[in-house]
Design a protein around this ligand. Structure first.
Ligand code: FAD
Ligand code: SF4
Ligand code: SF4
Ligand code: SF4
Ligand code: SF4
Length: 412
């Protein structure tokens, strides 16, 4: 029997699965679906090309084969889709693949009762970072001298972003070099410290897989009892196989994780310093936010924003019909979200005006963490401020005439 903390090299036993690193993840998902441990799998599938990752809900196990592989030129965040399209997994069992930011979003939505975590199996993917699709295309054209349409596969390995073309070429450039020149991973990924998502039931990745299994197996860390049960059952049924990791591999994995965390912290220092402090920072944010066209993209895609009645739509707070909106529009978001921002980057990525919203939010989250000690996305601790259950809370306020909106959060 496996237990939390156990580690393995694992791989699929099916010839049909062409996984990224041995196909253990797809096989675990497939096993869970085939055996009705879950009703649906939420994962990612290649769309028209490698720059087009598409989220998919899968109920037919055979359809999972075509989801194998990792897509790095994508910026998806999956958990909000569970809330939005599966009624927060209230009455349905779901398995989902989670990068670090997905894992954190899952916990933040779970603690706010927007997702029923008891019904979710999360398969974590270690994550060195992702690249936005359009900048990825530009980078490949300008830095690699390759037509982006000729790229059939990309991967991040040994500190390099590597592309493979349809005529068999392979070209890798160090991520440091790319980022020094303004290419490379998304800015929020550069700042990210969640490299091995141990918040999930299993944490899977290629770091630490060495020797004859290199490239052919995934490093699996068991992170919960639920994860152990799935792993053991899939192995017993012959869906996957596993062996103990090499001691040197364990050491390498630990070292890489530490280096990546340090890089994330360094990027935070650099990017936050560029934003300035105090009034200078505020002026910068106000000036850059003045491009806002109030499309609500940042709110719609933020995992922490799910209110039925968003305060930014209240005419007494933000005057309707005025573009750019009053700065109160941004201030409401800062006040409501900053303590819980998980640095997923969605609010920057999907802002049509390229406003670096996630940088502002993350910078504030880090300050608030220093003040209140709350680290969002790592455990089920409640945030400093939160609308735990908005519908219930609004009903209570209407019924009692109380204006103590956080009473339900702070009650024993
Ligand atoms: P497979 O059996 O091929 O299954 C992979 C699963 O991941 C599929 O279900 C697929 O739909 C899903 N998936 C693909 N892309 C995404 C995505 N963007 N978001 C969510 N789900 C997705 N491992 C490391 O050790 N170090 C790294 O630096 C690292 N960086 C990664 C960056 C990204 C963006 C991704 C997606 C993965 C990364 N991984 C990293 C994990 C690694 O690439 C493999 O996914 C892992 O080893 C499992 O391999 P497998 O063969 O078992 O997976
Ligand atoms: Fe990966 Fe972190 Fe970027 Fe999410 S924010 S894609 S976990 S590097
Ligand atoms: Fe993600 Fe932006 Fe919301 Fe932070 S504020 S959690 S970066 S969408
Ligand atoms: Fe709107 Fe605030 Fe709710 Fe986000 S948290 S949806 S900004 S009211
Ligand atoms: Fe404004 Fe950008 Fe948010 Fe749209 S996504 S409301 S433009 S900040």
């Amino acid at each position: 029997m496996s237990a939390k903390g156990d580690m393995y090299y694992a791989w699929t036993k099916s010839c049909d699965i062409k996984g990224e690193c041995g196909g253990a993840v797809i096989s675990l998902l497939k096993y869970a679906l085939e055996n009705k441990i879950v009703d649906v799998v939420l994962t990612v599938k290649k769309g028209v090309d490698v720059y087009d990752p598409q989220p998919v809900f899968i109920t037919n196990p055979a359809d999972l084969d075509s989801c194998a592989g990792s897509l790095h030129c994508g910026t998806l965040l999956l958990p909000k889709l569970i809330k939005k399209y599966l009624n927060g997994a209230k009455d349905i069992k779901v398995a989902v693949t989670c990068k670090g930011c997905d894992a954190k979003a899952l916990l933040e939505l779970g603690k706010r009762q927007q997702i029923n975590l008891d019904n979710v199996i999360s398969i974590g993917l270690n994550c060195g970072g992702s690249v936005s699709p359009m900048p990825a295309r530009r980078m490949i054209r300008e830095k690699y001298g390759v037509n982006p349409d000729d790229v059939v596969k990309e991967e991040i390995d040994k500190g390099k972003f590597i592309i493979f073309t349809k005529d068999g070429q392979e070209k890798g450039i160090s991520i440091d070099e790319l980022e020094e020149e303004g290419y490379g991973r998304r800015k929020n990924c550069q700042r990210c410290e969640t490299k091995v998502p141990r918040q999930c039931d299993l944490a899977c990745g290629n770091w630490g897989v060495i020797g004859e299994k290199a490239g052919k197996a995934t490093f699996v860390e068991i992170c919960s009892e639920k994860g152990a049960m799935l792993f053991d059952a899939a192995q017993k049924a012959g869906a996957i196989d596993s062996c103990a990791p090499e001691a040197k591999g364990l050491e390498i994995r630990g070292k890489i994780e530490n280096v990546m965390i340090k890089m994330g912290k360094k990027a935070q220092e650099k990017q936050f310093a560029e934003l300035g402090t105090g009034t200078e920072r505020l002026n910068k944010i106000m000036q850059q936010s003045s491009k806002c066209i109030k499309c609500y993209g940042c709110i719609e895609n933020c995992p922490i924003c799910y209110c039925v009645e968003c305060s930014t739509k209240k005419p007494h707070l933000v005057r309707p019909g005025i573009i750019p909106p009053d700065f109160m529009f941004q201030m409401i978001r800062f006040a409501h979200i900053a303590d819980s921002c998980i640095n997923c980057g969605q609010c920057s990525e999907l802002c049509p005006m390229d406003i670096p919203n996630s940088l502002y939010m993350h910078a504030q989250q880090v300050e608030l963490e220093k003040m209140f000690g709350h680290k969002p996305g790592y455990d089920m601790t409640m945030p400093v401020l939160s609308y735990a259950e908005e519908t219930e809370e609004r009903a209570r306020l209407n019924a009692t005439g109380s204006d103590m909106i956080f009473e339900n959060v702070f009650k024993e």
